[in-house]
Design a binder for this molecule. Structure first.
Ligand SMILES: C[C@@]1(CC(=O)O)c2cc3[nH]c(cc4nc(cc5[nH]c(cc(n2)[C@H]1CCC(=O)O)[C@@](C)(CC(=O)O)[C@@H]5CCC(=O)O)C(CC(=O)O)=C4CCC(=O)O)c(CCC(=O)O)c3CC(=O)O
Ligand SMILES: NC(=O)C1=CN([C@@H]2O[C@H](COP(=O)(O)OP(=O)(O)OC[C@H]3O[C@@H](n4cnc5c(N)ncnc54)[C@H](O)[C@@H]3O)[C@@H](O)[C@H]2O)C=CC1
Length: 159
């Protein structure tokens, strides 16, 4: 089966108080940090520049932010996962190499081949968590389906 046709198996992990490192502080990083905060992860962000919302999260004590470039070799061994989300694919690839050496699970937003796991669209309702993920061929469709499910769940709750 060709790689792009492969289905991805959903795993549900306890992230409470566990260290997740995010390299990059732009649009995608912000969206994913918001999601991770719902799971009480201990989030460390390393980014040259970052969105004002990410700065505010740091000031409010919700995350730990280091505003600087990623330094090869710096990733903490006790991280449960690392997200490489800079707009420089070479930087993302060097984050990937370090994670491989240190056996840390890594997601590289710019390269599906370098993802140990994929970041799903996440829907939360009471005690239920729903993760939506495609096979990597149509990201917009994943977003549309997730939004449709969000709408349906909201309608059910409002009934
Ligand atoms: C494979 C995956 C790997 C990973 O885990 O990173 C990946 C990869 C890539 N996405 C790209 C683009 C877009 N992604 C979105 C949206 C989402 N993408 C998400 C996940 C994933 N994206 C992983 C599994 C996805 C799957 O199953 O298909 C979601 C679910 C979660 C999240 O991101 O939070 C989120 C919906 C969130 C929600 O609704 O809640 C949109 C639409 C939008 O933003 O409106 C666009 C623009 C439209 C387009 O380009 O199609 C690019 C090209 C980048 C470039 O060209 O620079 C790559 C790189 C590549 O394909 O190699
Ligand atoms: N998987 C997905 O859903 C999607 C993935 N992407 C990928 O994610 C990447 C990031 O997208 P956006 O967040 O929109 O980009 P952006 O331009 O908003 O943010 C990039 C961030 O990377 C930081 N950065 C750059 N070099 C750095 C370094 N050496 N060390 C630390 N931080 C550094 C910048 O300071 C900035 O905070 C895109 O280039 C693309 O490859 C883009 C769209 C969707």
């Amino acid at each position: 089966m060709k790689n792009e046709k492969k289905r991805r198996f959903p795993l549900f992990i306890d992230l409470a108080d566990r260290k997740v490192i995010v390299i990059g502080g732009g649009k995608i990083a912000e969206r994913r940090i918001r999601t991770l905060l719902s799971f009480e992860a201990c989030i460390k962000v390393i980014a040259k520049e970052c969105s004002s919302d990410i700065s505010q999260m740091h000031e409010a004590g919700m995350i730990h932010l280091e505003k600087r470039a990623y330094r090869e070799g710096e990733l903490d061994d006790d991280a449960v996962m690392v997200l490489a989300i800079t707009d420089d694919s070479r930087v993302n690839e060097s984050v990937w190499s370090e994670c491989k050496r240190k056996n840390i699970i890594v997601n590289v937003a710019s390269n599906q081949e370098l993802c140990d796991f994929f970041f799903p669209a996440v829907l939360l309702q009471d005690e239920i968590t729903i993760g939506v993920c495609g096979n990597g061929t149509n990201h917009s469709e994943v977003r549309e389906k997730a939004d449709l499910l969000r709408k349906l769940l909201k309608e059910k709750t409002d009934e």
